[in-house]
Design a protein around this ligand. Sequence first.
Ligand code: SAM
Length: 258
Amino acid sequence: MKVRASKKLGQCFLVEGAVAEQITETIDLENKSVLEIGAGTGQLTAFLAARAKKVTAIEVDAKLVPELRACISSFGNVAIIHADALNVDFNGYDAIFGNLPYNLSTPLLLKILESDAPTAVLLLQKEFAERMAACPGSKDYSRLSILAQNNARIELIAEVPASCFSPQPRVNSAIVLLDKKPAGRRKLDEQLVSILFQHKNQTVRNAITHSARQLAVEKKDAKELAEKLSLKDLRVRDLTLEELAKLSVEWLKVKPRR
Ligand code: SAM
């Protein structure tokens, strides 16, 4: 690593080859075309190139690109895109990989979930990964869990200690497998999910009553709306995806229109 790492670009480089190997071995890559987000100087790219049919590696930092090119020079199956990954099309790949810059984890995850790639293997901050995989009723269950699990089966593959990176981050990371759900996602009302999870320790009734201002209605009207929902007595943090889908259908019929 000859260049100085940029904190702003979330540059914590993987220095443990065994971790890169474990990431690339999580799924079968034979004859697969893969996209790598945030290739850096090629720590993961070389392992991907050795196993996949074709690798498209995106890196935003021009300073890293020459080292990245040198790292993969012995492979003839890597295309480098020097660009902001948020502006690159993620469609058309069999799998997406990335040791993601932590400050862009959420928007990049959104793009990955919306893409047509059936699978992704990501290295993420452990806490973020745990929130993605959290079950209803657990302390980590959040909007992120709903978003991730409505689109994919989430599996935590392994924890990766901070000592495997340079510079060392303050927190540990985790390898996460996302297996898209072929049946597609449930229809969830975004406004409802947002309102509910701002009060996740309350009942559905209280969460909606306490969101009167956000709904631009009087408190008594918000309470009346909540009373129309069949699952109003359940605690938000315990709601399953099925229950949120049921509530979304009911909410669509009663929610205030502007
Ligand atoms: N893949 C390398 C590794 O595993 O060591 C680097 C991972 S490092 C955590 C994240 C990488 O993403 C950095 O190389 C950084 O420059 C790059 N990056 C940050 N923001 C990006 C963006 N918007 N688009 C593409 N790459 C980005």
